[in-house]
Write a protein that binds this ligand. Structure first.
Ligand code: 5AD
Ligand code: SF4
Length: 513
């Protein structure tokens, strides 16, 4: 024990302080630690121990999960989709609405029995929900089956935390590094009770962006690329700025090098990701606009389609619209979250635009690109929303004619300004409004879908149809889904498909090359 202890201390002391070198060092040390155990496991079970990363929430989380998955693969774990047969389960959480939290607790509750049968099993939780101290307290009290907790700001320290966890399980007294950041929660944070063999490490914030961690890409032909992290907008209902921190843009050269490498690797479509991509680059040492970044990305050979998410209507510039309209690669698709059509609700949401400005921006997009598909997010039942306010939302939906809309029931998030607003709306009223909105949007989506019927358009072929292996499934520039017959060799290619029949939310088509 003593000897080990010196070993642990030495290894921590010898770790490089620069990143990502430090994390690669812990990957190497953890592999050494696990080598014999993994080989024994393989002899008994025929595979290496399995891991499962379960992702909740948005595309940013999906992108983070690829990094987590990459690290676990690098350590020698093999992947499984089934969390009940995994030896290492990691939940990457979302907390934007309450029901995401409830779903998570259901899943970890069910794993308690699985873990009782497999004492080596590790269960970890990370992501946005772990930036909320109340949730961590709840897990500490009620979910002893959780071994590892970390937050959004220290996701990149995952290798070091796994190393610490394994050592802690062996009886070491481990020290969780804060790496110069303010700690929100830690299993060995001063004054806090050290909870058994768990490792907990959550930071308040960080200024760092750590590049070049291992990565496990989901599709060979399309890829999300982070361009910025965090959000400075503080919409009054939204918890994201509290759990993802302030806006930080990646350096343009890092983004462009990543996209170039992806293109060389055969990627055709990239999705630039950020909570608010329109404010990309404002805080860089040499500021650069999002439109300028897009123009640079456009020049990269091999990339055929560019998408981005999410844009805030208040920052949608004419410059961006012009770059899009002139581009041959940026898809004619725009996600423009409305949230509400009522100027007074928008004001209380702190959205900074009003109904007229939103309509004007949507019109500007359509004028520059008549074939553009606009999608949106709408919240129903924001505190104080009157019937008149709601009718304004329906009015915008009628006028803009979104191709699709993600509609959400307002969810009260503690710590946000709107949680304190009076006039929370009764459930029955919200449900009625939600149903009316959905019925209207469904009708419009179907009508918009129908408009493309008969056209022949390029489709990026993504997969064999999961329900009928004679069919391939792909996506239009508009992001619409198309099913058509064809050989599976076309997966990953862009082909022309005739849209024979609009089916409301997807098309049945035929290959037309
Ligand atoms: N309640 C309901 N929906 C919300 N969103 C963000 N916060 C909340 C909340 N508290 C929605 C917004 C946002 C999308 C990602 O989630 O519509 O655009
Ligand atoms: Fe939340 Fe508003 Fe930021 Fe979007 S822009 S993440 S809704 S605070």
């Amino acid at each position: 024990m003593n000897e080990n202890n010196t070993g642990y201390k030495n290894i921590k002391e010898m770790a490089p302080s620069a990143e990502p070198e430090r994390q690669y060092y812990f990957i190497k040390e953890t592999k050494k630690l696990l080598k014999n155990r993994f080989e024994e496991y393989k002899t008994s079970f025929g595979t290496f121990p399995k891991y499962c990363v379960v992702t909740f929430g948005c595309q940013m989380n999906a992108r983070d999960s690829e990094k987590l998955s990459g690290i676990l693969k690098e350590l020698g774990f093999s992947e499984t989709e089934d969390e009940t047969e995994a030896d290492f389960v990691l939940f990457n959480t979302c907390t934007v609405r309450e029901n995401a939290n409830d779903r998570l607790y259901g899943r970890i509750g069910r794993l308690k029995h699985v873990k009782a049968m497999n004492p080596h099993m590790i269960i970890g939780i990370c992501g946005c929900m772990m930036q909320e101290p109340d949730e961590i307290e709840k897990i500490k009290k009620k979910y002893p089956q959780i071994d590892l907790i970390f937050g959004t700001h220290n996701l990149y320290t995952f290798p070091e935390l796994i190393y610490d966890l394994i050592m802690k399980r062996e009886g070491e007294s481990v020290e969780i590094a804060d790496l110069g950041n303010d700690v929100l929660f830690s299993s060995d944070y001063k004054g806090r009770h050290n909870s058994g063999k768990r490792v907990i490490s959550v930071w308040k914030d960080t200024k760092d962006i750590v590049e070049a961690l291992p990565n496990d890409r989901k599709y060979p032909f399309k890829q999300g690329v982070n361009i910025m992290f965090g959000c400075n907008n503080f919409c009054s209902y939204c918890i994201v700025p509290y759990v993802r921190g302030r806006e930080r843009s990646r350096k343009p050269e890092d983004i462009l090098n990543e996209v170039k490498a992806l293109a060389e690797d055969g990627v055709k479509e990239i999705m630039l990701l950020g909570q608010n991509v329109n404010s990309y680059g404002k805080n860089l040492p040499e500021p650069m606009s999002f439109a300028e970044l897009l123009s640079e990305v456009e020049r990269i050979e091999g990339i055929e389609r560019i998408r981005f998410m999410t844009s805030h209507p208040k920052d949608l510039s004419d410059e961006l619209i012009a770059v899009m309209a002139a581009s041959h690669k940026i898809c004619r698709q725009f996600h423009l979250p409305l949230q509400s059509g009522s100027s007074s609700v928008l004001k209380r949401m702190n959205r900074v635009y009003d109904k007229e400005r939103f309509l004007e921006r949507a019109e500007a997009l359509k004028k520059a690109m008549p074939d553009i598909a606009i999608s949106t997010d709408i919240i129903v039942g924001f505190p104080g929303e009157t019937e008149e306010d709601f009718l304004e939302t329906l009015d915008v939906v009628e006028k803009v004619r979104f191709d699709s809309a993600f509609t959400f029931i307002y969810s009260k998030r503690e710590g946000t300004p709107a949680a304190k607003y009076e006039d929370q709306i009764p459930e029955a009223v919200i449900k009625d409004r939600f149903d009316r909105l959905l019925a209207l949007q469904n009708r419009i989506s179907e009508e918009e879908c129908k408009k493309r019927e008969g056209k022949t358009l390029p489709v990026l072929v993504e997969e064999l149809n999961p329900h009928d292996s004679k069919l391939l499934t792909g996506r239009l520039e508009s992001n619409g889904v198309v099913h058509f017959e064809g050989p599976k060799e076309l997966i990953g290619k862009i082909v022309n498909v005739r849209l024979d029949e609009a089916k409301g939310f997807y098309y049945m088509g035929s290959l037309n090359d």
